[in-house]
Design a protein around this ligand. Sequence first.
Ligand SMILES: Cc1ncc(COP(=O)(O)O)c(C=O)c1O
Length: 453
Amino acid sequence: MKNETAVMDQAVRLRTGAYWMPFTHNRYFKKNPRSRILARAEGAYYTTAEGKRLFDCISGMWCCPLGHGHPKIAEAVARQVKELDYSPAFQMGHPKIFSLAERIVELAPAGMSQVFFANSGSEAVDTALKIAVAYHRMKGEAARTRLFGRERGYHGVGIGGISVGGIAPNRKMFAPLLLQGVDHLPHTYNAAEMAFSRGQPKWGAHLAEELERLVALHDASTIAAVIVEPMQGSGGVIVPPAGYLERLRAICDKHGILLIFDEVITGFGRLGEPFGAQRFGVMPDMITFAKIVTNGVIPMGGVIVKPAIYDAFMTGPEIAVELFHGYTYSGHPMAAAAAHATLDAIEEEGSFERVRELEPVLEQAVHSLKGEPGVADIRNIGLTAAVELEPLRENGQARPGARGLKVFEHGMEEGMLFRFSGDTIAMAPPFISTQAEIGRMVEVLRGAIQATR
Ligand SMILES: Cc1ncc(COP(=O)(O)O)c(C=O)c1O
């Protein structure tokens, strides 16, 4: 207990000035950091430096669904640091990364065969984009360099990821750096047609036809790949319309374009199947993953590919490097150990089944918020949901984001760590949540919505 208090005291005493916080309102945060410094975590709960217990409504940042301080993962990591803390990633390997690649391929949709490791979702995405362009070049189609993303898509913060990404503020400050030859599909969200849908909206499959329009505009011979999140997470839990992904697949096949699913959020169980590809029954050519693969304990990301892609590179002299790409920490032994323990825990704890059990519980609870003041939409699939709120108004002017922040702060008071993006509140509770915890999360949100009308 004494030790615990010491850790918290130290956290509170930390000076905040030197730390430039990512994706954060630094000045606002630093005015009152105390309540927002997390000192400890266990299971589905964080404890702040002030000793307040918070239910982790978004599983860290979508990455810790098996709960914090998972004993098996902690043990595996502790063992690994003593056994082999680091091994060079190029021209060398270690046993756990080979076996991890095998396990990931086994979980992936049938027909995928190799895994390239990176350290984050952003790196995974930039890796996949590079592989796509290089693949066509290896096949003698070097003119296929264009990459298509989608409006409202989030693919991390690398130059490739922000180029194909479709969230305007993430792009506009860096406009001169954005890749050439990128275009975007329209997003699939239409409040008039799909507000308050449960699961996949019925309207919107036809929006995939926009890909045909882009192909006609740019010509198939110049297009390398299309990248989409099967379910847009950071963009606000935008669920693909029924039939939409199937149609994208068919159009890509028709024109020899690679289809990449960015499964950094949906990979490893968030939708009740190993990947969104299985949930939606659509097979991409590459899958990017990160987050849940290590339960968020040690950073890891990667790209899973089909054999045709890997094989295209396995030509030329055997002693030549086939792909001039990789990171010092690709396949890091610590991350590999954390990932093995995570996959063991997923199996032992029946995590995918658990998500399928909890999906209707969350759906029922969250849709009961319809009719609360200023609730513009509610969306859900798997163990995730979003509630979109109308913005607060001041002197007749909308103040976007002010309500989201208030709901977040109300949640903190009431022991809930919500994630807000503008005025949308996203929830992705841990797979280990109880039904009662999900119920309470939604009731606290109801209170916050009523308090911020
Ligand atoms: C779909 C998707 N791709 C890529 C990323 C970037 O991952 P990272 O923050 O690990 O770089 C994210 C992060 O949330 C994501 O949701």
